[in-house]
Design a binder for this molecule. Structure first.
Ligand SMILES: Cc1cc2nc3c(=O)[nH]c(=O)nc-3n(C[C@H](O)[C@H](O)[C@H](O)COP(=O)(O)OP(=O)(O)OC[C@H]3O[C@@H](n4cnc5c(N)ncnc54)[C@H](O)[C@@H]3O)c2cc1C
Length: 448
């Protein structure tokens, strides 16, 4: 059984024969896309190989932020926050969203200077982020110990509940008319006269004119079988849950080596910030040139590790026929082993920063494989090579917060509506071998 059990979604038992759009993947991106399409009267089927929200979207920290993002993502982050604010009401369900603000604490001038630099982007978009001194931080962050020289604070950021959000959005999509199928892997896409004409699932075919691939960590493998080279690697992030603690902030707080967020059950999700494991896999060699600039920039926070994933991915077929069992049916839920040492050290660092956590004990640990692109910005757009095929993936450790806006943008692109934000920073072609990808990963926080 998976370590993370997202809230339930009652899925359809019968596969529709034909719809306008098939969405592959029931993470926050897929369910948001399905909701926006269904709300516009587009007939849509969403196929999820396991359970809704059981991979990254149910395993993340739950931070919903504009702060620290790549400028390319800021309009989408702002739009997403506008959606999150009204989402519980819009869907009549609980996503756990609360506009609490978020703070990043700094212990030295170097960290402060990096945030000062980022504030230029906040000013461009009139985001209310501010650098605060310790005396201004104290009233916002009860129980904070001394030792912090400043903090970047954004009052319009917030938090939501990973195990609740994607399932709640999926239930709303169903009420709006979407067919949502779980335990239903899509094996591949069928084309006719060069454009999308349907998908083949493990339970049979569905005819459609458009397909949105929102497969998270699986998107590169799926696209590869169609001859599309989507540069994507995976990074392991580890998280833990502790019980309720009194006298500490309601808002998510991060320092260089810790992060915490209050959960709707009253407890806290905690993690060691800037501590990610990069499993070395065959794709690490195939994509070495694409990722080397971001690897160099983020070297201090990445731990390269060769282990069982290398063999797992080595043994996974990269090509298969649609009448064969596909790799997506073999692993219903990616549930990697967490790095307990990171959680223990993360908790020690949380206690140092907020001593009221002293009696907190780790009650649950889990991890997730984060899908990353070379510039840490997602792809949201059409794949020109196959008309009717769209990609919404590569959210690089921060797709939960921009999930609703990304779903809206994808629905705009698929239906030909005016896009809610400029989609050009998210096009796939920026990675074409002829153009050199610019690595902005160092300023786009890799997680949270
Ligand atoms: C530890 C950790 C901390 C994070 N913290 C934050 C945070 O605080 N804030 C933030 O904004 N983001 C955060 N993120 C990132 C965020 O969780 C992801 O960017 C986001 O959830 C990606 O959503 P998704 O829908 O693209 O992918 P996923 O949630 O991974 O969903 C993809 C789904 O597609 C399904 N699928 C794949 N292939 C097929 C197929 N062929 N057929 C059917 N189904 C298929 C999979 O089973 C999966 O359920 C974090 C991630 C992790 C792991």
């Amino acid at each position: 059984m998976s370590t993370i059990i997202p809230d339930p979604v009652i899925a359809s038992e019968k596969l529709p024969q034909s719809v306008d759009v098939v969405v592959i993947g029931g993470g926050i991106i897929g369910v948001s896309t399905a909701l926006f399409l269904a709300e516009r009267g587009v007939s849509v089927a969403l196929c999820e190989k396991g359970l809704i929200g059981a991979e990254q979207s149910g395993r993340n920290w739950g931070w919903v932020r504009q702060m620290g993002r790549d400028p390319a993502e800021l309009p989408l982050a702002m739009q997403s926050l506008a959606l999150w604010r009204g989402l519980n009401e819009r869907i009549g369900d609980e996503t756990g969203f609360r506009q609490t603000g978020i703070t990043y604490l700094c212990t030295n001038a170097r960290e402060t200077a990096a945030y000062e630099e980022w504030l230029e982007h906040a000013r461009t978009y009139q985001i209310d982020s501010r650098l605060l001194r310790p005396n201004e931080l104290q009233p916002l962050l009860p129980g904070m110990s001394s030792g912090f020289v400043s903090g970047l604070y954004t009052s319009t950021d917030g938090r939501a509940e990973p195990t609740k959000a994607a399932p709640a959005i999926a239930r709303a999509a169903i009420r709006a008319g979407a067919h949502v199928m779980t335990n239903c892997a899509v094996r591949g896409v069928e084309t006719s006269a060069g454009r999308v004409s349907g998908v083949v699932t493990e339970h049979g075919p569905i005819r459609c004119s458009s397909v949105v691939l929102a497969g998270g960590a699986w998107s590169r493998l799926f696209a590869g079988n169609l001859g599309i080279d989507f540069p994507q690697l995976k990074i392991l992030g580890t998280v833990a849950r502790v019980g309720p603690v009194a006298g500490v902030p309601d808002m998510p707080v991060g320092g260089d080596k810790f992060a915490f967020r209050k959960r709707v059950d009253g407890g806290y999700s905690i993690a060691m910030r800037n501590a990610n494991v990069v499993p070395i896999v065959p794709d690490s060699f195939r994509l070495f040139a694409d990722f080397v600039p971001s690897l160099i920039k983020q070297w201090h926070e990445l731990k390269l590790r060769i282990g069982s994933r290398f063999l797992e991915e080595w043994r996974t077929p990269r090509q298969w026929k649609l009448d064969e069992i596909s790799p997506f049916e073999r692993v219903r839920v990616l549930d990697p082993v967490p790095v307990e040492r990171f959680n223990q050290n993360g908790l020690l660092n949380v206690i140092k920063a907020f001593p009221a956590f002293a009696n907190a004990r780790i009650q649950q640990s889990w991890s997730g494989l984060i899908d990353v692109t070379p510039d840490a910005v997602p792809v949201i757009g059409p794949v020109d090579k196959i008309p009717g095929f769209f990609l919404a993936s590569g959210f690089s450790g921060h797709g939960f917060g921009i999930g609703p806006g990304s779903g809206q943008l994808m629905a705009d692109i698929v239906t030909g509506a005016t896009p809610v934000v400029d989609p050009s920073p998210f096009r796939l072609e920026r990675f074409s071998k002829s153009s050199t990808p610019v690595s902005r990963a160092a300023i786009n926080d890799s997680r949270g």
